[in-house]
Design a protein around this ligand. Structure first.
Ligand code: NDP
Length: 337
């Protein structure tokens, strides 16, 4: 059973050498009378939050990975054996699994069975999985968007950002995205339907850039990166604007997080800035599927994926999230059905 394990706790930017590829010889066997399931992992999701679990300071309260054990994350899998009558051999499922070929997990870790065979299975690590729910909850529940409003999204071409932009367009908003390369900016404008996009690495004065893109200010800033971008956004929010705080990927590898100096604008502009964790909102998953599935089948929402192949390429895929190597949702293909 090939595995990707954490070799050492990460300090600063994660490196491929912080992880190891090992071959486990432990036989996975369903314990007598347990409700565990034995899974064959097909697709694994590479997510920025996993970096936070690679240190053991537990700032999130979510714990940390165990050294020498496989990484834990979301994935799509096929049931090989089941001690839970709700699942049977051959079922396709998505939920929390481990970075290895085969996993024995409690059936409670399965989020959902996969019923829509006409849609790529990998989508359940992205648009139909955790990042999709994150975009939906953050934008609609916390962002409270209205037609005609001005929306800014950072890390806009990524797993979550590309959906926030498309959901905002479906709502009739004006949408601008920032991303870290020309290729990503072109994708935002030409494939994902953003009204405007810019490469934040080539904008020396983000405040001036945002003033140019939003002469009347920003109603909703979907926060994915934090740091300098957030500081510039705070100068450009409109009265009664909203900032759903989804993530701060620019801060996860810093030992000394960047100071944000313009927070007082929250008061002057009466802005609501609110953090959220998608895990608190899965009761809305059926409602989300009802919303998004027709848009996918009618081609009104598209999804860009970056699929790395093989567990041995897992560490590079994971590390690449922090240099922006991924173009779209970073997925790891482990095996075919
Ligand atoms: P992405 O697919 O967007 O991948 C990460 C991207 O972040 C990279 O491709 C890179 O794109 C960008 N990035 C990396 N470092 C920096 C930096 N220093 N400054 C600016 N951008 C950077 O990831 P996701 O869509 O999966 O996640 C987006 C955000 O949402 C993350 O902050 C994540 O932690 C958060 N999140 C939060 C959840 C919640 O429940 N609150 C759930 C899921 C995600 P680029 O080339 O554009 O720089």
């Amino acid at each position: 059973n090939k595995q990707v394990v954490l070799r050492k706790y990460v300090d600063g930017f994660p490196k491929e050498s912080d992880m190891n590829i090992v071959e486990s010889t432990t036989t996975l066997k369903l314990p007598e009378g347990s409700s565990d399931v034995l899974l064959k992992n097909l697709y694994l999701s590479c997510d920025p939050y996993m970096r936070i679990l690679m240190t053991n300071d537990n700032i999130t309260g979510f714990g940390a990975y165990t050294l020498g054990s496989p990484l834990i994350g979301n994935g799509v899998a096929q049931v090989l054996e089941s001690g839970d009558q709700d699942y049977k051999k051959g079922d396709l499922v998505w939920g929390t699994t481990k970075w290895e070929e085969y996993s024995l997990v409690p059936s409670s870790q399965i989020r959902s069975k996969i019923e829509h065979a006409d849609i790529p299975l990998s989508y359940y690590t992205g648009i139909l999985g955790m990042p999709g729910m994150t975009a939906y909850v953050g934008f609609f529940e916390l962002g409270s968007p209205k037609k005609g409003e001005n929306v800014f999204v950072s890390a806009a071409s990524g797993a979550v950002g590309q959906l926030v932009g498309q959901f905002a367009k479906l709502t009739g908003c004006y949408v601008v995205g920032s991303a870290g390369s020309k290729e990503k900016v072109d994708l935002l404008k030409n494939k994902l339907g953003f009204d405007e996009a810019f490469n934040y690495k080539e904008e020396p004065d983000l405040n001036a850039t945002l003033k140019r893109c939003f002469p009347e200010g920003i109603d909703i800033y979907f926060e994915n990166v934090g740091g300098k971008t957030l500081d510039a956004v705070l100068l450009n929010m409109r009265v009664h604007g909203r900032i759903p705080v989804c993530g701060m990927v620019s801060q996860y590898n810093l030992t000394q997080p960047e100071g944000v100096t313009n927070l007082a604008n929250l008061i002057f502009k009466r802005v609501r800035m609110e953090g959220f964790i998608v895990g608190d909102f899965y009761h809305l998953y059926p409602k989300y599927l009802e919303f998004v599935l027709p848009h996918i089948t009618e081609g009104k929402v598209v999804y860009v994926e970056d699929i790395a192949e093989g567990l041995e390429n897992g560490p590079a895929a994971m590390v690449g999230l922090f240099s922006g190597r991924n173009v779209g949702k970073q997925v790891l293909l482990v095996a075919h059905e």
